[in-house]
Write a protein that binds this ligand. Structure first.
Ligand code: SAM
Length: 276
């Protein structure tokens, strides 16, 4: 790619859509380090969500077997025609990835890694889609605003720990691999970002994932209330039943949901599944 990305965008008359989180990565070192830290290699298929101007798509295509990129904004087509010229292993699908039927998609694609740089309101539904529906996703590297990254990787008992953290634990381990200052994006956003790497494995054994999800959501229903109160509200248990369940699982009756590790949520969910 001979021309600078800013020149291509200007020549194509591209107008940035703030509502789609269009802050593009232009820094070559950053692109290279995102690809390296995602752990993808020359035999891998990578699904990129949100190709934007294609800078990350191109960096990925130089290091992996195949890149399938999704992008909702069709007006990026003329930009991508230039930035991805000569990248024969990269394909862009102009669709909202959140609406893709993952089962059908995985039948064709086989195993894959996901790499994405997304606005926060797409990140949580994307993570939940992969956690709940994917069977062939081996890993995810996602750039998000820094405070969201802290929440995704939070430990039990901290202020950042929430339902999303406990849901992630069902299928994946995650860690922050890189902090990225806002100055490395074009246009420059108002916040700094971080890259979170998820490694998929069936980390928690639970007999019914739907019950686990319900327990987790119940636990964080109201942070100021005890787990007992939240269980009574979410499951319609009597107070006595809720106390029996907590006692049987060795959980303090005064405990709040946010103090329980994912493993303890799993034990609680399994007990509830057994008695229901
Ligand atoms: N990957 C590029 C980069 O790093 O420079 C672009 C990142 S930009 C932060 C996010 C891109 O995702 C935008 O181009 C936006 O249009 C696209 N996008 C937002 N929601 C999407 C969705 N649900 N499916 C596919 N693309 C989406």
């Amino acid at each position: 790619m001979e021309k600078d990305i800013k020149t291509i965008l200007a020549e194509c008359g591209f107008s940035f859509k703030k509502q789609l989180g269009q802050n593009f990565i232009t820094d070559k070192n950053l692109l290279s380090s995102i690809v390296s830290s995602s752990g993808v290699g020359e035999n891998d298929t990578v699904v990129e969500i949100g190709s934007g101007a294609g800078t990350l798509t191109r960096a990925l295509s130089e290091r992996v077997k195949k890149v399938i990129a999704f992008e909702v904004d069709k007006s990026l087509q003329p930009v991508l025609a230039q930035t991805l010229a000569g990248c024969s292993n990269a394909e862009v699908i102009f669709r909202d990835f959140l609406k893709v039927n993952l089962k059908e998609f995985e039948k064709e694609t086989g195993e894959y890694f996901v790499v994405a740089n997304l606005p926060y309101y797409v990140t949580t539904p994307l993570i939940m889609k992969l956690i709940e529906e994917s069977e062939k996703c081996k890993g995810l590297s996602v750039m998000v605003q820094e405070e969201v990254a802290e929440r995704l990787c939070a430990k039990a008992g901290t202020a950042e720990y929430g339902a999303i953290t406990a849901m992630i634990a069902l299928r994946a381990e995650c860690e922050i691999t890189k902090r990225v200052p806002r100055t490395l994006f074009y246009p420059r956003p108002n916040v700094d970002s971080a890259v979170v790497k998820f490694t998929f494995s069936d980390r928690l054994e639970v007999s019914d994932k739907a019950v686990y999800k319900k327990v987790v959501h119940a636990a964080f229903l109201s942070r100021r209330k005890t787990l007992e109160n939240n269980l009574v509200n979410a499951f319609k248990f009597t107070r006595e039943q809720a106390r029996e369940i907590l006692t049987a699982c060795g959980i303090d009756l005064k405990a709040r949901g946010e103090t329980l590790s994912p493993e303890r949520f799993a034990a609680l969910a399994d007990y509830i599944t057994k008695i229901q």
